[in-house]
Each structure stands twice: as C-alpha cells, then as structure tokens.
Ligand binder design. Structure first.
Ligand code: NAP
Ligand code: MN
Length: 270
C-alpha cells in the first residue's frame, strides 16, 4: 500500500514522521509514495490535516486520510504520537475500511468578469468585508432569503461545524448527514435591519448564493486560506459531489470526539 506522510515542522511531528518513515521502509507491504498515495498520514494538528487535504485535493477521492496528533486540539486526528507501531500494524492489515464526510463547493464570480474561481472546503468558507459593515443579499436556491448586515457569514460542512461555526453559535452536525450550515458573524438586528439571527442548514438539492454590496472589498476564506480579496459579484455554496475519506482502523465515533474535544471527562453524577 502506497503511503504519503504529511507533517508540520515542529520537533514532535518530525520525530513521529521519521519513525513512521523508517517503519514503512522496513515493511513488506507498505511503501512511501508522496505523489500517488492511497493513504495520507497527517502528522500535527487539525491545521496540518487541513493542509494535507488541500495538498491532495485533486486526488482526494482516491486517498484515505489518517491523522496523528502531536499537540494542539486535533479534532480530526484519531492517533496519538505514541501509537505509531499500532498504526503501522493497522495499515498492514488494511482492508479498505473508511468513513466518508461531506465537503463544501465554493464558486466565486468577480465583478470585473474575470474567470470564476472554485474552492473545496473541509471545514468552512467565510465571507467578510475588509473594512466596515458587510451588506449582502443572501439567496437560497434562486429565492432572496434575507439582506444581511454584519461582520460576515460562515458556511460550514458537518465536520467543520465544530470549528469556526461553533464559535459563532452554529449547531454541531453529525458528518454522516449531507448538509451545509450558514451561521452569522455578528449580524445587526434592530427595527431597521433584520436577518434570521440563527444558523440554518440546507439540504443537498439546495444552494446558498451571497451577493455582496456593489464594489465592496471582501475577504473570502476556504479553511485556513484566504482565496480572494477582489471585488466579487457573487459566491455560491453547495454540498460537493466530492467527499473525503478517512481510514477507519480507529475512527472515534463522532459524538465521542465532540465530548473529548469540548467537554472532557463527563461525570454521570451517580
Ligand atoms: P488555528 O488557528 O490553529 O485553528 C483554530 C483552532 O481550530 C485550532 O485549535 C484547531 O485545532 C481547531 N480546529 C480546526 N478544525 C477544527 C474542526 N473541524 N473541529 C474542531 N476544531 C478544529 O488554525 P488552523 O489549525 O489552520 O485551522 C483553521 C481553522 O481555524 C479554520 O478552518 C477555522 O475553522 C478555524 N478558525 C476559527 C476561528 C474562530 O473560531 N473564531 C477563526 C479563524 C479560524 P488544532 O489546534 O489541532 O490545529
Ligand atoms: Mn492549528
């Protein structure tokens, strides 16, 4: 089986990556292949896993991701740095198991009619104005839904619902659901301006289109990256037809992962 190691540069991750590489080189069934891997092992935290995802984005449907955690939160990462040998054993006994998570398609159209850009997010995309209040019309399908006024909007995947979305009051969504969520970032609500004021979730046959106020300079992000600061005429968000796969040797159940990351030890009170 062909394996790529994608590591961040900190010392702990380097140690884990070196040990992984040595064990893979000694294995009869595993080989290192950074160009055309079947498994991508990310070594670091969620940020590293997001970078690994984008590095292999063009072949994302042919690979399965595995995350090893070397500090930080590591919401996506199931393995700890001291479990390298266990992971190698699982890889050697691999029978193709995976869990599949939905992704977010982003299409950006520019005011100057330059070619549209496309993005694929594992966590979310946010749209904010560079300075001042963002004013934007929000459409669901082709129907005008609301006129938004506030700092910005965050459109997230189910597995990204525990990231930025959670900070702005969005719901946590189990990634077995094919859905995307829109959450507001500091909307203005008063007698004059009105938005929904709560997060909303759309289904696979729907899409969200945001049309910012004419000539506004906005920042459009896709996961940890800024993908545009040009004047945009519209952004369209859909649940992607592409999906991301995680190898399932040790795939912590989603709600358990949420408790581990955000609540810690739960005392049942008995
Ligand atoms: P970062 O500044 O290290 O990320 C912020 C935190 O989010 C880190 O603790 C990161 O975990 C965690 N995280 C990332 N994806 C997550 C997920 N799906 N569920 C739960 N926690 C998650 O930057 P980064 O590591 O490059 O991550 C980029 C992400 O940061 C963006 O996609 C966005 O979701 C998030 N972000 C959040 C805010 C906010 O909450 N106000 C603002 C900007 C960006 P690790 O420590 O393991 O990396
Ligand atoms: Mn990080």
């Amino acid at each position: 089986m062909r394996i790529a190691i994608y590591s961040n540069l900190n010392a702990a991750s380097n140690r884990v990556a070196t040990s992984l590489r040595e064990k893979i080189e000694q294995s009869d069934t595993l080989t290192i292949d950074g160009l055309n891997p079947e498994i991508v092992i990310s070594v670091g935290g969620d940020g590293t896993l997001l970078s690994a995802f984008h590095h292999y984005q063009d072949i994302i449907e042919k690979v399965r991701l595995v995350g090893i955690h070397t500090g930080h939160l590591g919401f996506y990462t199931d393995w700890r740095d001291y479990e390298v040998q266990e992971l190698i054993d699982s890889l050697e006994n691999d029978d193709g198991q995976s869990v599949v998570y939905p992704l977010l398609d982003i299409k950006v159209n520019y005011a100057d009619h330059s070619p549209s850009d496309f993005g694929l997010a594992l966590n979310e995309s946010t749209l904010k104005q560079i300075s001042g209040l963002m004013v934007a019309d929000v459409f669901i399908k082709e129907q005008l839904f609301e006129s938004f006024r506030g700092d910005g909007l965050c459109i997230s995947t189910p597995s990204g619902s525990t990231a930025y979305n959670k900070s702005v009051g969005g719901a946590i969504i189990n990634p077995t659901l094919s859905a995307i969520q829109m959450a507001e970032i500091s909307s203005i609500n008063n007698r004059v301006f009105r938005t929904l004021g709560s997060p909303l979730i759309i289904s696979p046959d729907e899409w969200i289109k945001i049309i910012p106020n004419t000539n506004a300079r906005t920042i459009l992000t896709c996961d940890h990256q800024v993908i545009s600061t040009k004047v945009i005429s519209s952004v369209e968000y859909r649940i992607s037809k592409r999906k991301v796969k995680f190898a399932q040797y040790r795939h912590t159940q989603f709600w358990k992962r949420v408790t581990n990351s955000f609540i810690g030890e739960v005392d049942s009170g008995d």
